[in-house]
Design a protein around this ligand. Sequence first.
Ligand code: FAD
Length: 314
Amino acid sequence: MEKIKIAIIGSGPAGYTAAIYAARAGLNPVLFTGNQIGGQLIFTSDVENYPGFPNGILGPEMMSIFQKQAERFGTQIRYSHITKVNFFKKDASSYHTLTIDNQIDIETEAIIIATGASAKWLGIPQETKLQGKGVSSCAVCDGFFFKKQDIAVIGGGDTACEEATYLSHICSKVFLIVRKNKLKASLFMQKQVESIQNIHILYNQETLDILGETSVTGILLKNNTNNETTSIQLSAVFVAIGHYPNTDIFKDQLELDTDGYIITKPGTSKTNIPGVFAVGDVQDRIYKQAVTAAGSGCMGALDAEKFLSHKNKL
Ligand code: FAD
C-alpha cells in the first residue's frame, strides 16, 4: 500500500494554503481536491475582500493561482475524492488510512482536513439560476454589491439576524423573511433586529420563488396564515438558513459538535485524534471567509509539521 507523510483533503483556500506551508517545510504533501476543485469560490465572480488583489479577482482565477502556488513547492495534486477514513486512535506512531474514490487505500502519517461547509438552500425554482446574480449565502462577501439597495434575508435564526444586521448598515431596506410567526434567534438577536429601523420583519412568509431573468428583481411570497401571495421588488436575496459541514465521512471517527463541525482544540487545528488536523470552514461556524480559511490552513500545516517532527524523533 502507498505510504505518504501528509495528506490534505480539500482544494479550497484552507487546503491550498496548508499545502503551500507543508510543501515549503519539506513534507511532500499530497492534496486530494475532492469533487469541487477550488472549493466554494469557484461559484462566485468577484472576490473583493481578499488582501493582495486591490482590483478584486474572479473566484475561479484566485483558486487557480492558489493551486499554482501550492504546486510550485512540490505539492502533488490528485483529482480524487476521499470516500472513507480510518483513523488510528491509540498509537500516535501508526498510520491513518484513507480510501480514494471507493477504490484504493493509502496510508498517511498525518492528515489535514479542509473539506469546507456547504450553504443550505431553499430548493425553489430560480434560486440556482440566480446564484451570483443577486442570490447569495454570504452577506459579508456580497452585501457591498447591493449598497443603498433593497434586499431580503431569508431565515429566522441567529445567522439570519446577524446577516440582516450587517446588511442594514449597507443597504436601504432589509426585509427579513421568516416562515414561522416568531424568530428562533436568541432573545438578544431578536431585540437587535427589532430595534433597527431599516429592517422590516415579515412573519409567516413562505418564499415561493425569486424573480428576475438575468439578475434578481424581486421575491414572491405566500402568507402561511391566509395563503395570499405578494411580490416585493428588490435587488438581492440572502439565504441564511445554515450550513452543512462536509464531515459525513468523519462521523464515528472524530469528535464533531451537534451541527457536525469538527471540534478543534482552541487556538490550534488539533482534533481529538493525534496527527489529524482540521482547518477552514469545516471547523469554523462563525467567520467562514476565504482569508480566515487560508489563515487556518497555515495553522494546520504548522501543527502537522510539529507533530511529524516530534513523532519521527520517538
Ligand atoms: P471550501 O472552499 O468549501 O473547500 C472545500 C474543499 O473540500 C473542496 O475543494 C471540496 O472538493 C473538498 N472536499 C469536500 N469533501 C471532500 C472529500 N470527501 N474528499 C476530498 N475533498 C473533499 N469568502 C470571502 O472571503 N470573500 C468572498 O467574496 C466570498 N464569496 C463567496 C461567494 C460564494 C458564492 C460562496 C459560496 C462563498 C464565498 N465566500 C467568500 C466564502 C469562502 O468561499 C469560504 O469561506 C472558503 O471557500 C472556505 O474555504 P475552505 O478551504 O475551508 O473550504
